[in-house]
Design a protein. Structure first.
Length: 184
């Protein structure tokens, strides 16, 4: 945590701990729909908070739920879930770079072939309009073949990296259970 920044709280209010996770499952959240909704809620809040500050997840529960075994496991389950999600996104990032390397090899081979073909056409057709047209078209095709690897290595990996880092921050977040007196 950066000096001077207080932990940033993300507030969640539930009636029962079981709304968040099934204690037999190594990852929190009961159903796929519930998982996606709660994950997006937490991630959405975390995106809005300062990137340098530690995160705290404050779970408001009825007093009767705060001492339950499930409430005691909530912090570990939360950390495992978001660490798993960070790992999945890390693998996606590695796969993107692998695809980028293959696309770069293919793109460079196509560019090399197009430049060679352009040179051949230039030698064959000379300085004629048709020769220049075909030669320049081949050069353009060669560069367009590199569009995808350039896009991957310049732009596509940043959002994945940011999301992976956010999930890592969420995995490291402290989970605090608070008794909610307003809940029946």
């Amino acid at each position: 945590m950066t000096a001077g920044l207080q932990p940033q709280p993300i507030q969640i209010r539930v009636e029962e701990v079981s709304q968040l996770f099934n204690t037999l499952d190594p990852f929190p959240f009961r159903s796929a729909t519930s998982t996606a909704m709660r994950e997006e809620y937490i991630v959405g809040w975390a995106r809005e908070l300062a990137r340098q500050a530690a995160l705290t997840i404050v779970v408001h529960l009825p007093l009767s739920e705060t001492d339950s075994k499930a409430a005691g496991e909530l912090g570990r389950a939360h950390a495992r879930f978001f660490a798993y999600r960070a790992d999945v996104i890390g693998r996606d990032l590695n796969e993107l770079f692998r695809v980028g390397r293959i696309a770069l090899l293919v793109g460079m081979a196509v560019l090399g072939l197009c430049l060679a073909a352009s040179s051949l056409v230039s030698g064959w057709a000379g300085d004629s309009y048709l020769g220049r047209f075909i030669g320049e078209s081949l050069v353009i095709v060669g560069w367009v073949a590199n569009w995808r690897p350039i896009e991957i290595f310049l732009y596509d990996w940043w959002p994945l990296l940011r999301r992976r880092n956010l999930y890592r921050r969420l995995a490291a977040a402290q989970v605090v259970i608070k008794a909610d007196k307003t809940t029946a």
